[in-house]
Design a protein around this ligand. Sequence first.
Ligand code: URA
Length: 224
Amino acid sequence: MGIEGAAESVAVRWARHGVSVIDHPLVQHKLTLMRVKETPTVEFRRLLREISMLLCYEATRDLELTATTIETPLTTMQAPVLAGKKLVFASILRAGNGLLEGMLDLVPSARVAHVGLYRDPKTLTAVEYYFKAPEDMHERRVIVLDPMLATANSAVAAVDRLKERGASDLRFVCLLAAPEGIERLRSNHPDVPIVTAAVDEGLNSHGYIVPGLGDAGDRMFGTK
Ligand code: URA
């Protein structure tokens, strides 16, 4: 079986668990470049922005449309426009911001929420230090952003907090997911579908995704 066939069966398998694996060749190619340890910060950021647009495309695939009457230079027609809920992109700081820019390129009118969580290096649990979100979360589709779904401690804490604020229609978008993180997020929040570019083998003893791409925040911001 060629690499396309293998990727397709991964996507089909994970779809049964509420996970959309975006096996589009452009996404897979760009992700490979991001994994390479020599890829410099400037390139890493550019690739992340590009991939995030493609992930956004998938995460918004089921947005509702309504028909409106418009006039083209030739005639009048009924044409589709977005209807229903407006969007909020909820960035889990700081790495979530790397996905945010590409999302806003595609949906510039979306609101943005920020959830500041850091991972306690000893316990790997999520500790909140910042939270700011629009008031009308209950009326919006919320797309939660974090490039790496590893232990899912941050993801679960962020979704808990967003639901507390009234959100009830959520998606989780990441670049890479570990099976452990998927299992944890889906068991805590089975109503939240996951969109990712790949599902990797698993976590190492430090909670890093393997083979992964390292620390996404460090790689996008050039820190160590
Ligand atoms: N966060 C990262 O940035 N990378 C990982 O591999 C896991 C969590």
